[in-house]
Design a protein around this ligand. Structure first.
Ligand code: WTA
Length: 632
């Protein structure tokens, strides 16, 4: 295994790439030995399935298999918001806690195939609950703590979750987030399937409890047994579903299966971060997103690593809090987002300079394009020029990292020069769906299947096909655009669909527009993303009031703009709050009635030169009127 991980020269990287491309069946059958199987698979790929006749359990792979050799090794370090709250769980401790949690779930009637919603802040119980579900074959559905009650309700209803694990409160800096109260509202709205709610005491605040349905978790764990038999799972049995945003307003429950996903998480974690036995791996993502699944939980634990979970925020209660954490726990690998890097950069170089970051070995980023400036800062100020910066491109749908300059594979370029991992074959297609060979820019597709690929969309396989497989027949369509430079390196240019990326969080334009449509005062709306210094993209919304005259009345327009922001907060969540709302009499449309978002983007960015031919619009006069109104 250690041999498989030591990938520190370009020749070996090239050799792996060639072998994976030439004979994927053999390559992936060999790689599957990274996992511990109850019954090893006799083959690799089988249509959309992988390792189909193999039997395994993901929690056993992350825990039980390490007990003999790493029982006393620290598996999980928890740094609380309070400096003094530190928890170190060995593999033996974590195993026991997961078993207790799994027994509590079983006692409440949860079994194989049932869905369990996990709605928690960054505390160890999140990882413990995920692994407990995996142990008994239940699918976890982690719900981001920033979702509104309405957004939670949609996901509870779609997943049909029987049991919910939430917390009395979450902490966000000095603020408290009433998770349990929000979940209660969600269940009241559309949580018919929910039979049981287990409540983690994070702050110890009194949370409202519904007798018969709600239980404090701690007393149940205290009496639960620390031994729990595991459910043998077929490699193709579902491990979890996780909601993500696309072009439709409805959130998509991406389904990942046990064997292929777990292998992808382990394989990519080992390669992309050059994982070593003594690493302390800090992935700053929330478990509510795929990064928190693959690199806070499954990848590093399957590889027997030590993970760090930090409850707090980068700069609370003082700038440099993150660097305190990195120093104190001797973090070797820091995996974070360009948004966080931009915010930390603003605090000045003297803040990290006051810390001992000498344990750092590898730095990673994910979620959005990183600028050359942010990349260089991360590399020089944090990495002191000695740590590789791994800009990793991937998606909820891909299960794990797909394209990244992995350490040892060659030189990385500031601002994201990237090569596919061995076993991934990206392709760029032009407007006529023809492959672009050599340098050029097009839509990014993947030509081959890989083990980590999502299997379907929960209860909507047709949408899976129309979204990913049908647009470019024979290829997986990513929704992103990319450019290949003269050296053959890929640069991700951003989404080519109506997905907006705010601080690395995917938000569909349609989600925002549906939220606004539910307020009956708006006849129509369009949400677009525009560049934002800190967040990468910010959301701008154009709304057309039913009473068109309101657009010309400053006071009414202001009230409508406030109502629009409140509506998005209520139906999606505060993380999706628009930066700006323009109340306008109409939206520019083609003669066939399609909103021309390109023009809305240009106007919002104050780029009114070269708007192109407006004569094809249904109302060519509207654009100058909008410009006059918005830009004055
Ligand atoms: C974007 C997050 C540029 C991209 C793991 C993708 C990136 C979407 C990068 C997936 C990167 C992710 N450079 N863009 N390194 N990584 N993206 O599903 O648009 O939350 O399609 O998965 O984020 O977001 P998701």
């Amino acid at each position: 295994m250690s041999d498989m991980n030591a990938l520190l020269d370009p020749a070996r990287f090239a050799d792996l790439t060639t072998r994976a491309a030439r004979d994927p069946e053999t390559f992936w059958s060999d790689e599957a030995r990274r996992l511990e199987w109850i019954a090893p698979p006799s083959h690799a790929r089988n249509g959309r399935g992988w390792f189909s006749d193999g039997l395994l359990n993901a929690s056993a792979n992350c825990l039980d298999r390490h007990l003999a050799t790493r029982g006393d090794k620290v598996a999980l370090i928890f740094q609380g918001e309070d400096e003094d709250t530190v928890l170190r769980l060995t593999y033996r401790d974590l195993h026991a806690q997961v078993c207790r949690m799994a027994n509590v779930l079983r006692d409440h009637g949860v079994g194989k195939g049932d869905r369990v919603a996990i709605h928690l802040p960054s505390v160890p119980e999140g990882v413990i609950a995920m692994l407990a579900c995996a142990r008994i074959g239940a699918m976890h559905v982690v719900l981001f703590g920033g979702f509104s009650a309405e957004a939670l309700a949609d996901r509870l209803a779609d997943s049909g979750a029987r049991l919910v694990i939430t917390a009395d409160m979450g902490r966000r800096g000095a603020k408290q987030i009433p998770l349990k109260a929000t979940m209660d509202r969600a269940i009241a709205l559309r949580g018919e399937s929910v039979e049981t709610v287990l409540v983690v005491a994070v702050t110890g605040e009194d949370a409202p409890m519904t007798p018969g349905r709600d239980h404090a978790l701690t007393p149940l764990l205290e009496v639960a047994s620390a031994a729990c038999t595991l459910e043998p799972m077929s490699a193709d049995d579902n491990l979890f579903l996780l909601y993500t945003s696309g072009s439709t307003g409805k959130p998509k429950g991406m389904v990942h299966a046990t064997g292929g996903y777990l292998l992808w998480a382990a394989y990519t974690h080992a390669l992309a971060f050059d994982h070593r036995e003594d690493d302390v791996f800090w992935c700053t993502a929330d478990i509510g997103w795929i990064t928190g699944h693959s690199y806070l939980t499954y990848g590093p634990l399957a590889n027997g690593g030590t993970i760090l979970i930090f409850e707090g925020m980068p700069s609370h209660p003082h700038p440099g809090r993150w660097w305190d954490v990195a120093q104190k726990h001797r973090v070797t690998t820091l995996y974070t987002s360009p948004t966080a890097i931009r915010a930390l950069m603003r605090e000045g170089d003297d803040v990290p300079a006051r810390h001992d970051l000498s344990a750092l070995r590898v730095l990673g980023t994910v979620g959005e394009p990183i600028s050359a400036e942010a990349w260089t800062w991360f590399s020089t100020v944090i990495g002191k020029g000695r740590c590789p910066v791994v800009d990793t491109w991937w998606q909820t749908e891909t299960g794990g990292i797909m394209i990244a300059p992995i350490p040892g594979s060659g030189t990385a370029k500031p601002g994201a020069a990237m090569r596919p991992l061995p076993g991934v074959q990206p392709i760029l297609l032009d407007e006529r769906a023809q492959p672009i060979t050599g340098a050029g820019e097009g839509v990014l597709c993947i030509t081959n299947a890989w083990p980590g690929q999502a299997r379907t969309i929960w209860r909507d396989d047709a949408l899976f096909c129309t979204t990913y497989l049908d647009p470019y027949p024979g290829y997986y369509f990513t929704g992103d655009g990319a450019r290949r430079d003269e050296d053959g390196d890929l640069w991700i240019t951003g989404r080519v669909d109506d997905v907006i990326n705010v601080s690395g969080h995917r938000i569909g334009s349609a989600e925002i527009e549906d939220a606004l449509a539910a307020e009956h005062v708006f006849a129509e709306s369009a949400a677009i993303g525009i560049p934002h210094d800190l967040k990468g993209q910010g959301i701008v919304v154009y709304v057309v009031p039913r009473e068109t005259a309101a657009a010309d009345d400053a006071e009414r327009a202001e009230a409508l703009a406030k109502q629009a922001i409140a509506a998005v907060g209520k139906r999606v969540g505060r993380y999706a709050a628009p930066e700006q709302v323009f109340v306008v009499p109409d939206l520019p449309k083609t003669r066939s009635g399609k909103i021309v978002r390109r023009l809305l983007r240009k106007i919002a960015c104050n780029e009114t030169e070269g708007l192109g031919d407006l004569s094809t619009l249904a109302d060519p006069e509207l654009v100058p009127a909008l410009i006059a109104k918005i830009l004055g």
